[in-house]
Write a protein that binds this ligand. Sequence first.
Ligand SMILES: CC(C)(COP(=O)(O)OP(=O)(O)OC[C@H]1O[C@@H](n2cnc3c(N)ncnc32)[C@H](O)[C@@H]1OP(=O)(O)O)[C@@H](O)C(=O)NCCC(=O)NCCS
Length: 130
Amino acid sequence: MAWVEWIELMERYRRGVGVPANRVRAAFLAADVGGQLVGRASIRFELNDYSAFRGGHIGYHVISAFRRRGYATAILRESVQIARSEGVGAVLLTCDDDNVGSATVIERCGGVLESIALDDDGVNFRRYWI
Ligand SMILES: CC(C)(COP(=O)(O)OP(=O)(O)OC[C@H]1O[C@@H](n2cnc3c(N)ncnc32)[C@H](O)[C@@H]1OP(=O)(O)O)[C@@H](O)C(=O)NCCC(=O)NCCS
C-alpha cells in the first residue's frame, strides 16, 4: 500500500469509517520532535474481546535511538488525554510483566495495577487502569 493510501486508511479508522470486524475505531499517531520521528502511538477508542483483555486502549513504541529521554512518558500522557477527549473514561493499559520500562511509564502516568494475567501464549502481563 502506498504511504498516502495508508495515511488515508488510518484517517478513516480514526473516524470509524469502514473499520474491519476485527478492529475498532482508533487513531494511529506519530511522535515528532523537531521534525524527527521518535515514536508512535495507537489509541483505541473502543475495546473488543482481545483489547479488553490483552491489548488495552493504548499501544506505544519509541525508536531505540531515542529511548530514555522521557518520550514514552510524554506519548502516553498525551494519548490518555486524546482517548479521554474521544469519550474513553477509564483507560486500560497492558504490558508484559517483564517490560520494566513500559510498566514504569504507565505508573508514572498514574496507572493503577489491577492484576497480572496470563495470555494465550503463556506470557504474564500486567493490566493497569488510568
Ligand atoms: C518501553 C518504551 C516505550 C520506553 O520508552 P522510553 O521513551 O525509553 O521511556 P521513558 O524515557 O519515558 O522512560 C521513563 C522511565 O521508564 C524507565 N525505563 C524506561 N526504559 C527502561 C528500561 N529499558 N529498563 C529499565 N527502566 C526503563 C526509567 O525509569 C525511565 O526513566 P529514567 O530514564 O528517568 O530512568 C520503549 O523502550 C519501547 O518502545 N520499547 C519497545 C516497545 C514497547 O515495549 N512498548 C510498550 C508496549 S506495552
